[in-house]
Write a protein of this length. Structure first.
Length: 365
């Protein structure tokens, strides 16, 4: 007979979420929607937990297939509270075909569901389980706006300020660096000197162009230049960091602990940005955060702000929470809460992300 805490069942679903308007960055083209993949895990005693991940429009059904055909049977019957052991098991089980990519997305969704169960069972919110250092992170609004004409770009950052944000990020990576400088000039004029400003190139540059861009960006007092080069060009980031005074940030496209280790060893990053939806869920995020802490680097986040709002401030080396243009929290029972420019982590037991299935159902695929 199975123990009450063993995993009895797992159900994965895919939804396609429309964006308010077409959005573009330097590498991924124009995006009109994104995929949300949810996972519900049920213990033998009936306690349930929900996890999830997302894509930028492709791969959702492949992630679901990995969960349905490989990971769900792999973990069935195992203790749901042995989260670290299950994480290692799933990583080993998909190692030959995975080591990142789709495998990391699938493992992330299940891992988040297991943490949700743990919190519900113990009565703890995620920010406490994840470290408990705090629950109000530094917060910025990240735009996906490279396709916006200059007046619309300026209007959009103004809207972010009107909503209460005190830090914003825009996309860069135009064919001519002068266009990026013009965008930065207009945005800095609109937001003033006190508002913190970041830029994100979505690995749209090679090293020579990144060096020229970083030099041109130095007068704008940027918090960071994000992902200027290909994600796995660890040495190139290290070279670029020595050529500019603008701090560098990266991490959203790093999916394995080995990749994060290489980045910390070679890229001279000032900020690390794991995405809990693709780096192994809560467990992956926490392991990366510990690596960053050991290297003296603040841990930030990418996407999934409704979950990462609990993970980032819980760390002693907390950096910035990104509030992304993919508004997953519109389909939950608790939209992101902002107080004095900072997001606030939920205090309810579990991960604090409760989906409104009535809103999602028409979007099922």
């Amino acid at each position: 007979m199975s123990a009450p805490t063993s995993i009895r069942a797992m159900t994965a679903r895919v939804f396609r979420i429309p964006l308010d308007e077409p959005l573009q960055d330097a590498k991924h083209g124009v995006q009109v929607d994104f995929e949300l993949i949810t996972v519900t895990v049920v213990r033998e005693d009936g306690l349930e937990g929900t996890g999830y991940t997302y894509t930028i429009g492709a791969g959702g059904h492949a992630i679901k297939a990995l969960i349905d055909h490989d990971l769900a049977p792999m973990v069935a019957g195992h203790d749901a509270d042995d989260i670290d052991g299950l994480w290692d098991m799933m990583q080993a089980g998909l190692h030959y075909v995975g080591r990142g990519g789709l495998a990391s997305f699938a493992i992330s969704a299940i891992d988040i569901a297991l943490w949700d169960i743990r919190g519900r069972a113990t009565g703890q919110p995620l920010w406490q389980m994840a470290g408990g250092a705090g629950r109000k992170p530094l917060t910025y609004r990240g735009g996906v706006d490279l396709n916006f004409p200059l007046p619309k770009l300026v209007e959009s950052v103004g809207d972010h300020l009107d909503r209460g944000f005190t830090a914003v990020k825009i996309k860069v990576g135009k064919p001519d660096v002068a266009e990026d400088v013009a965008r930065l000039t207009a945005v800095r004029e609109r937001i003033g000197g006190a508002t913190r400003l970041m830029v994100d190139a979505n690995y749209g540059y090679d090293l020579d162009r990144a060096s020229a861009a970083a030099k041109a960006f130095e007068p704008f007092d940027l918090v960071w230049l994000e992902e200027p080069l290909a994600p796995d060009d660890f040495a190139g980031h290290g070279v670029l960091a020595q050529r500019t005074t603008v701090p560098l940030a990266a991490g959203e496209n790093l999916h394995t602990l080995q990749e994060f280790r290489l980045a910390l060893e070679h890229s001279r990053l000032a900020f690390l940005q794991p995405d809990s939806g693709n780096c192994g869920g809560v467990t992956g995020f926490l392991r990366v955060a510990r690596m960053a802490a050991a290297a003296g680097v603040p841990v930030c986040s990418h996407g999934m702000q409704e979950l990462n709002v609990s993970l980032v401030p819980a760390q002693a080396n907390a950096g910035w929470l990104e509030v992304h243009s993919f508004h997953i929290d519109r389909y939950t029972h608790r939209p992101l809460v902002l107080e004095d420019g900072r997001a606030v982590a939920p205090d309810e037991p579990g991960c604090g992300v409760r989906f409104d299935w009535r809103k999602l159902e028409p979007l099922a695929r």
